[in-house]
Design a protein around this ligand. Structure first.
Ligand code: COA
Length: 320
């Protein structure tokens, strides 16, 4: 059992929907601008009582049901999140208690929008070494609580949600390879200053700040490089890929990566119009959407990729 494979997925989106038309009423923007520049039409917003751990619980229960497993089967929980319920304990520990898994390994990963891909790669290593048999990997975010609703250049782009994947040991891949990268020199292009006033400069506010144009350019370049790296590592042509499951930040970035892969839009799972950018939750939510609506079938070859603050980026090549 030298490999890991995906045996179940689940997603959760809060009930409340904020449309572009709703945003037109509170800031100086238009539905047309948001759709044209980002591909976003609406986003889900967590209710007051919801948190990253409560949304993660709903996504996890759906993934467990899809895998036909019980919470007590889980040996490892990794949650990718930058919006934990608390500074500590980790969201993974809170989730462990909610699910009643027993004393399994549980920790969070902060790699911003690449958090799920980082968590997925770590879980794959745990399973390949034989340290664990069954892992629950989650991306869960309440990023809309970190937005400055007066900043039209950022507040229109994000949403809340959670996506979950169960991975298990297998004799055949499953996961062929994962590729992780980070470049801290770009730390100021996309960041949220400390929530503690003593750790902020007087001109800083504890809201998400982004140099959108710069992030866009680096994302397109590095995701293109990542596609080359992933194909070369596995010695496969572009045409071997059945589905691209990208991070859902901007449809123009998604389609640039699809073009690099020679993939038509019909072979890309795109949820950005309905979900907006849900940070670490976006890739598992898109994967779950593609599986649940029957587009992704057993045996399909999937390329998962993400890009986010850090800057960080990563990919995974997976046989479903
Ligand atoms: N509504 C209307 N106008 C807006 C606006 C909004 N919500 N937000 C910005 N604008 C204006 C700007 O003020 C600017 O006006 P100006 O030219 O008069 O200064 C104009 O639109 C163009 O802004 P610009 O930032 O150049 O637009 P863009 O084409 O680069 O698109 C993003 C902006 C943010 C959609 C795009 O840069 C992007 O998606 N970047 C990457 C984001 C990302 O992936 N982030 C997460 C990584 S995980």
């Amino acid at each position: 059992m030298n490999y890991s494979k995906i045996v179940g997925t689940g997603g959760y989106l809060p009930e409340k929907i904020l449309t572009n038309a709703d945003l037109e009423k509170i800031i100086d923007t238009t539905d047309e601008w948001i759709r044209e520049r980002s591909g976003i039409a609406q986003r889900h917003i967590a209710a007051d009582h919801e948190t990253s751990s409560s949304m993660a619980e709903q996504a996890a229960l759906r993934a467990l049901a899809a895998a036909n497993l019980k919470p007590t089967d889980i040996d490892l929980i990794i949650v990718g999140t930058v919006t934990p319920d608390k500074v500590f304990p980790s969201t993974a520990c809170l989730l462990q208690e909610r699910l009643g898994t027993g004393k399994c390994i549980a920790f969070d990963v902060n790699a911003v929008c690449s958090g799920f891909i980082y968590a997925f790669s770590i879980a794959d290593q745990f399973i390949r070494t034989g340290a664990v048999k069954t892992a629950l990997v989650i991306g869960s975010e309440t990023l809309t609580r970190m937005l400055n609703w007066n900043d039209r250049s950022t507040c229109v782009l994000f949403g809340d949600g959670a996506g979950a994947v169960i991975m298990q040991a297998a004799n055949e891949p499953g996961v062929y390879s994962t590729h992780l990268h980070a470049d801290g020199r770009y730390k100021d292009l996309l960041h949220v200053p400390s929530l503690l006033a003593m750790q902020r400069t007087p001109d800083e506010e504890p809201f998400l700040q982004m140099e959108g144009r710069e992030v866009f350019k680096i994302a397109v370049t590095e995701l293109g490089n990542l596609v080359d790296e992933t194909l070369a590592k596995n010695n496969i042509p572009q045409s071997a890929i059945d589905w691209l499951i990208p991070h859902q930040a901007n449809k123009r970035i998604i389609m640039a990566t699809a073009k690099k892969l020679g993939l038509a839009e019909e072979r890309v799972i795109i949820t950005v119009a309905e979900h907006a950018n849900t940070s670490a939750a976006s890739v598992p939510l898109a994967l779950d959407a593609g599986i649940k609506d029957g587009r992704i079938k057993q045996g399909d070859l999937l390329l998962l990729e993400a890009f986010g603050g850090g800057l960080t980026w990563g990919s995974a090549l997976v046989r479903y």
